[in-house]
Design a protein around this ligand. Structure first.
Ligand code: UGA
Length: 423
């Protein structure tokens, strides 16, 4: 099948590379010239395990990238829409990019007989029916189901393991009121053994939010249990192990720590809270999930304050900047909150991360970025572990105070002067 993908960020690029690997002919489109050039020279613009190998194999024979929308759209049968839906100030989702792209594709549709649009971007319930379809109909003068179709196909990829998740998904969700289009898109995923759930538009849109909201709730739950356990001197990891043995609970997503970050959980929970409120429902549980998460990085600073006395003027080392290991993504990373708080307390900060120093320098240009984790440990009076990079396990911490927000030493020898956030 000839497929185009609009938006070659974390989601679009994995979708594009994955489909090319499956044997489809993929034409990607992105406004960012740098990204397009990198992809066409087989260089991944983001760090993602296994991506480089797929680009080496599929570019240019089955995958190429363009800075324009027209060629990829005209030469394909279906377009996967993977543009960002970032948060506005109140948590509301911005549909600016999506509407803009759909309008342009609608214009181009005037010159085509039929096309399928697959929405991968995370959008609140009602978006496909109330925005995507009307925008395309207006721009093209054509009719949904007759001249074009729309399918909502939410993504469930974890950064760092995105290709693994792409090729071995737990489920595929396809939402549409158009059975013919559903059948066509189902074919793309036919090599996968997982169940395919066909739903309406709104249900597919909601499944994505409910999945992320549930996982975020599980994390805030274990962090709250962790904060309580800590007051009793209990190691929360043992508690998590004990409750995770119950099949109904499962051991996954029960790691307590400095809270969830990334481009998805904070944004998606905020967006559904905003939308629910707009609809007249007060989502108390989800608001608390966000509250617990907002305060969690501050627990590290409280611990530091308790153990080291006044933080002002102290040399504090921060190990890790990304929101989790295996990615170079610092969006909504608890490490950034920690930096801001420590700067307010006038600490002197020394920093190392194997993947995200350049990105962080753009936000905080005046901190001390050192070239290795060991240098940070050697330079500072106390060290905070903010990302679970494996290399931080084997450093020589000596007698330095180590406060761990990521449970790096659970199955490992802990440093001599060690304290965990919830253990
Ligand atoms: C998440 C979901 O896991 C994906 O299914 C979804 O597709 C994606 O969001 C999205 O909406 O696009 P991701 O943000 O890449 O994926 O990262 P996760 O591995 O889920 O971790 C999110 C955050 O939760 C990280 O900060 C991680 O450290 C934290 N976390 C995770 C915990 O604090 N404890 C846990 O037990 C698990």
């Amino acid at each position: 099948m000839n497929i185009s993908v609009v938006g070659l960020g974390y989601v679009g690029l994995i979708q594009a590379a994955g489909m090319a690997k499956l044997g489809h002919n993929v034409l990607g489109s992105d406004m960012d010239k740098n990204k397009v050039d990198k992809i066409n020279s087989k260089e991944p613009p983001i760090y993602e395990n296994g991506l480089k190998e797929i680009l080496q194999e599929t570019v240019p024979s089955r995958f190429s990238a363009y800075q324009e929308l027209k060629k990829p759209f005209m030469e394909s049968d279906a377009t996967f829409i993977c543009v960002g839906t970032p948060s506005k100030r109140q948590g509301e989702m911005s549909l600016h990019q999506l509407e803009n792209v759909m309008r342009q594709l609608g214009e181009l549709l005037k010159e085509k007989k039929y096309h399928i649009f697959v929405i991968k971007s995370t959008v609140v319930p009602g978006t496909c029916e109330n925005i995507v379809i009307p925008v395309v109909e207006k721009a093209s003068g054509k009719k949904f189901k007759k001249d074009f179709s729309v399918v909502m196909n939410p993504e469930f990829l974890r950064e760092g393991e995105a290709l693994e998740d792409f090729f071995d998904p737990d489920r595929i969700v396809l939402g549409s009121s158009d059975k013919t289009a559903l059948k066509k898109i189902k074919e793309i995923y036919s090599p996968f053994k997982c169940p395919v759930l066909e739903t309406g538009f709104k249900e597919a849109e909601m499944i994505k939010y409910a999945s992320n909201a549930f996982l975020a709730t599980k994390i805030s739950f274990i962090n709250e249990i962790g904060n309580i356990s800590k007051t009793f001197g209990i190691d929360t990891n043992i508690v998590a192990k004990g409750i995770g043995m119950d099949k109904r609970i499962s051991p996954h997503f029960l790691k307590s720590g400095i809270g969830f970050g990334g481009s998805c959980f904070p944004k998606d929970v905020n967006a559904i809270v905003y939308k629910a409120t707009e609809k007249g429902y007060n989502p108390k549980l989800l608001r608390s999930v966000l509250d617990v998460n907002r305060d969690q990085p501050l627990k590290m600073i409280e611990l530091l304050d308790r153990k080291e006395g006044p933080i002002k003027g102290k040399k504090i080392g921060l190990l890790g900047l990304t929101f989790k290991a295996g990615t170079d993504d610092i969006r909504e990373s608890p490490a950034l909150v920690t930096i801001k708080e420590l700067l307010m307390e006038e600490a002197e900060l020394y920093i190392y991360d194997p993947k995200a120093m350049e990105k962080t320098k753009k936000l905080f240009p005046h901190l001390n970025y050192l070239s290795s984790a060991q240098e940070v440990v050697d330079e500072c009076e106390a060290v905070l572990i903010l990302t679970e990079w494996p290399e931080f396990r084997t450093l020589d911490y000596g007698k330095k105070l180590v406060i761990d927000g990521k449970n790096l030493f659970f199955d490992n020898h802990r440093p001599e002067n060690y304290e965990g956030i919830c253990w």
